[in-house]
Ligand binder design. Structure first.
Ligand SMILES: N[C@@H](CCC(=O)N[C@@H](CS)C(=O)NCC(=O)O)C(=O)O
Length: 239
């Protein structure tokens, strides 16, 4: 049995990390059984979540996890796709994981209100004497990450504008198809769904969310995939 390590439900999402949601959906697409457990980044092999444990072997990073499950279990999450469409899937994933992600991170961590209602709670379990300092240090680390990546050097409006362009590009690529490349989902759909859900969560108020919600096809896509992959999460929220 595979164990998927994530953060656990938060921020109105099955997991606050789009990378965890991507991997969970890909495990489901591969038809594999798994259990979920919570873990903190410092315990992960590469200091980032998600990672999986599969019969004593730990694999970190959502892209390497996908490669592992495809290789070990003989599945192809892009089956039926031409080399051209596979390349497009990779390009879409890179746009979302290496560009949109940082706009998402900025909206959650750098906006005072969003930080207070969201990521600040990651530190709640720490002893009272160190909690606030750890919170501020964690926020500072994210600020430095955003600066190093480059997006953090722009104004909040410019960051939202750039993130919005990635969402608009995704919406155009999806068009009126049920999934990115037609009637059947592929690996990049797991990624796209996870990022669209992360951008649309009503838990955070942001220009990025407003931009995401202007795309009716992305709203329908998110709903369709949420029903398909997280029916229990939806039912729990409705109860
Ligand atoms: N390339 C990684 C990215 C994973 C990632 O950025 N995870 C974030 C949460 S969304 C994390 O664990 N951050 C903790 C840290 O950087 O300290 C993947 O595809 O799995």
């Amino acid at each position: 049995m595979i164990t998927l390590y994530g953060f656990g439900p938060a921020f109105g999402l099955p997991d606050p990390s789009p990378f965890v949601m991507k991997t969970e959906v890909q495990l489901q697409m591969a038809g594999l059984s798994y259990v979920k457990q919570r873990a903190a980044p410092p315990t992960a092999p590469k200091g980032k979540i998600p990672f999986i444990e599969d019969k004593g072997v730990r694999i970190a990073d959502s892209t390497f996890i996908r490669a592992h499950i495809e290789r070990k279990y003989g599945v192809d999450l892009d089956r039926g796709l031409t080399p051209d469409l596979r390349a497009r899937g990779w390009a879409i994933e890179r746009m979302l994981e290496d560009h949109l992600y940082f706009a998402l991170l900025h909206a959650r961590w750098m906006d005072d209100g969003n930080f207070a209602s969201g990521p600040a709670h990651f530190f709640d379990a720490l002893p009272a004497e160190t909690r606030e300092a750890a919170r501020q240090a964690g926020r500072e680390r994210v600020r430095q990450t955003l600066h190093g990546q480059g997006l953090g050097r722009h104004s909040p409006d410019e960051i939202a504008e750039l993130g919005g362009r990635s969402l608009a590009a995704l919406s155009s690529l999806l068009g009126n198809k049920p999934y990115l490349f037609g009637p059947a989902p592929c690996a990049a759909d797991a990624t796209a769904f996870a990022f669209v859900a992360g951008a649309m969560t009503p838990f955070f108020d942001s220009k990025l969310r407003t931009a995401a919600l202007t795309h009716k096809n992305l709203i329908a896509y998110r709903e369709r995939m949420m029903e398909e992959h997280y029916p229990k999460f939806i039912a729990r929220k409705a109860a």
